[in-house]
Each structure stands twice: as C-alpha cells, then as structure tokens.
Design a protein around this ligand. Structure first.
Ligand SMILES: Cc1cc2nc3c(=O)[nH]c(=O)nc-3n(C[C@H](O)[C@H](O)[C@H](O)COP(=O)(O)O)c2cc1C
Length: 212
C-alpha cells in the first residue's frame, strides 16, 4: 500500500517537515506500507482559474502525474503544514483548490445540490505546526489548519484518520513531540494496512451530506 506524504512548509527541515519525517519513520515500521515524500513547492501548480477547472494545464505535467497517482495509486495521504494566519500556506490552499477537478464528481449531486466527493479510497492524516500553545489551540481549534483540512477532505469524501498539532516553535528539536509523531505514524499506517475506516467523531459529526 502506498502513502503519499506532502511537506507543505516553505521552510525545509523546520517544524512540520521534521514532524513529517518522524511520522514517516513510524509508518515504515509497518510491513506492506510504502511511503513517498514530496515537497509541494517542487511541483508547479498554476493558480486556480475557470479555464483550468477541469484538468491540469500543459505547463504543469508533474501536477498532472501527481493527480493521476492520487486517483489510482495511493491509499493514504499525509499533509504536513505550518499555520499561516489562521490558515495554510498559499500553495497548499491552491493545491486543495486545484484537485477539485477529480476530488469532486460534478455529474452527481446530493440532496443539497453539492457535487459528490470521490476520494473514498484515500485515508488522510494532518500534521500541523503553529506558534500558538497547544492548550490555546484546543480551545480555538476552528482557527487552525487541521479543522479546515478535516472539513475539506471529508467534503471530498476521503477518510480522515486524525490530526496532530504542535505549538512549539522549536518542534524540530523537541524529541518528545517528534517521538509522538513517530508513534502516530505507526498507528496510522497500521490502520491503513488493516483497511480501517475513520474515527467515531468523523463518522458522526463530520459526515458530509453526500454520505449521509
Ligand atoms: C506568515 C506567518 C503566519 C503565521 N500565522 C500563524 C497563525 O495564524 N497562528 C499560529 O499559531 N502560528 C502562526 N505562525 C507561526 C508558524 O505557524 C510556526 O512558526 C510554525 O511552527 C512554522 O512551521 P514550519 O517550521 O513547519 O514552517 C505564522 C508564521 C508565519 C511565518
């Protein structure tokens, strides 16, 4: 089973990137799991426009290859991102905007008239770094990327297996947190290998209308 791990911070080797590296080490403990890590900024992805709403453009062949593989090859998707102004870095937001051409099926609508999500085969996990302490993130969870990422990937009908936030701005050298990332990675990969579905919260509260 192949899992795609995307590092989305422009700062390589810093917090969310290092969280991802430890998560990957944990995943690799599980037999039958293959992981591929990429840096999102290495892939040219043009801004979303009406013209490119249905497919990648000729100028972005790597993006086309990646989306083909996300459709057919990967069973898991791990996104590691910093928090930027209560949201994610612009290139990650654009990536999520651009994948809607295959993440949503516009020929099928639910009772609210929304297109149906098509990512039912993808088990997702989100690693998020931020400058806000963990206790404050617990209270203001809706102002952080994991809340939004969970919501949008559930809208795409993906399985959301979990998220992990670190508010230490020196996470990249915090062994306690990195150890937790390792353990979370192993647990996540075990669930992917055992073909488990997402958790009770996602099943009850986060369920998008199209799978009700
Ligand atoms: C442009 C910018 C905006 C930021 N906005 C937030 C924010 O809204 N909330 C927050 O908790 N931290 C914010 N931060 C702090 C980063 O999320 C934090 O330093 C994080 O650990 C960086 O992760 P990285 O090393 O993976 O890039 C911001 C940092 C930058 C550079």
């Amino acid at each position: 089973m192949k899992i795609l791990a995307i590092a989305c911070s422009p700062s390589r080797g810093r917090n969310s990137d290092t969280m991802l590296d430890h998560f990957i080490l944990g995943m690799k403990e599980v037999s039958g799991i293959e992981v591929e890590k990429i840096y999102l900024q290495d892939i040219r992805i043009n801004d979303y426009t009406y013209e490119n709403r249905q497919a990648p453009e000729d100028t972005e062949p790597e993006f086309k290859k990646l989306t083909d593989r996300m459709k057919n090859e990967f069973s898991g998707l791990v996104i590691a991102t910093p928090t930027y102004n209560f949201s994610v870095p612009a290139h990650l937001k654009n990536f999520v905007d651009r994948i809607r051409f295959f993440a949503l099926d516009f020929t099928k609508k639910n009772e609210l008239g929304q297109p149906m999500g098509t990512l039912g085969h993808l088990k997702t996990y989100f690693l998020v770094s931020g400058g806000t302490p963990n206790w404050a993130e617990h209270i203001l969870f809706f102002a952080f990327p994991s809340f939004w990422l969970r919501g949008v990937f559930l809208y795409f009908n993906a399985k959301v297996m979990g998220a992990f936030y670190s508010g230490d701005t020196k996470t990249f050298k915090n062994n306690k947190i990195l150890n937790k990332c390792f353990k979370r990675g192993k647990k996540y990969a075990q669930k992917v290998a055992r073909k488990k579905s997402h958790g009770i919260l996602e099943r009850i509260f986060w369920r998008p209308p199209q799978v009700r």
